[in-house]
Design a protein around this ligand. Structure first.
Ligand code: ZN
Length: 284
């Protein structure tokens, strides 16, 4: 069924429009959008890693939420902006512009339904920029809308079992992603094919000692598509990661439900920035 990792009673599109219309305190009810991607993750992981992680972490959080915190998950955005991986078959990418518009339109739909608290949980490191631009655009359009965009991995969790060199890099298809996939979708993981690929230090150390400071595509680091060291990942580590991320996200969603944020006037010209001239003319 469509709800995936989310308990069905926490999956917004399983409600009828009349049930949604009858929800109490919609202004504080938290709507959570998992944002993933379909892109190569080396020979040992499926292309769906980021969509599985986003949906899996949000689903875990939803299953741990206390009954007195009203919150619902949306279906994940399963296609993201993955152009840095397009040289590998199986990568399915949108343009950054389309992802930006998609996030804005989903946010508008949530707002139109009366919700005022919207959290995007993103599991793909290549797309915080369009999602954050969408969040700011929505905030300018609606001064009473609270929009939060964070990485699924941004909440506190223990990574002490991950080797130092890998923890600093943690770029793509490495230890953490491999472990959590073993917990979320074990049938898709081929640990026997896991290989390490650690990029050389970036040649301008003042700009970055670990991650590259120059624009990059996955092929810049070699033919496997892995950027990191997935070796040694275990199911136990993955289960612990999922439990911690889910617990912390449940806590965060509770905090968002209870939080206040300044209500400001909408900025009317903001809408024209991304939706074009025709709409701004129509609005006068
Ligand atoms: Zn990934």
């Amino acid at each position: 069924m469509l709800h995936g990792y989310t308990p069905p009673e926490r999956f917004l599109p399983y409600l009828s429009w009349t049930a949604i219309d009858a929800l109490e305190d919609r202004a504080n009810t938290v709507i959570v959008l998992p944002a993933g991607a379909i892109e190569q993750h080396g020979p040992h992981l499926p292309c769906a890693v980021d969509s599985i992680v986003a949906a899996g972490v949000v689903g875990k959080a939803m299953s741990l939420l206390p009954d007195d915190v009203p919150a619902f998950a949306l279906p994940p955005i399963t296609y993201g902006k993955s152009d840095e991986h397009l040289h590998f078959p199986g990568t399915v990418t949108l343009t950054g512009e389309l992802l930006l518009h998609t996030a804005i339109e989903i946010g508008e739909s949530i707002y139109r339904a009366g919700f005022r608290k919207f959290v995007i949980v993103n599991a793909h490191g290549g797309q915080p920029q369009p999602l954050e631009m969408a969040a700011r655009e929505l905030r300018l359009r609606h001064g009473d809308f609270v929009i939060i965009v964070r990485s699924a991995w941004s909440v506190p969790h223990d990574e002490s079992f991950i080797p130092d060199h890998e923890r600093k890099l943690a770029m793509h298809a490495g230890h953490g992603e491999t472990a959590i996939l073993m917990a979320l979708a074990p049938q898709t993981v081929r640990l026997d094919l896991a290989e390490a690929n650690i990029p050389a230090p970036f040649p301008c150390p003042t700009l970055s000692s670990t991650r590259p400071a120059a624009a990059w595509c996955a092929r810049d680091f070699g033919p496997s598509g892995v950027i990191g060291d997935p070796r040694g990942a275990t199911l136990e580590q993955g289960e612990a990661l999922l439990e911690q991320l889910g617990t912390q996200w449940a806590k965060a969603i509770g905090e968002v439900y209870r939080m206040d944020w300044p209500v400001r006037e909408a900025v009317s010209w903001a809408r024209s920035q991304y939706t074009g001239h025709i709409e701004s003319c129509r609005r006068g």
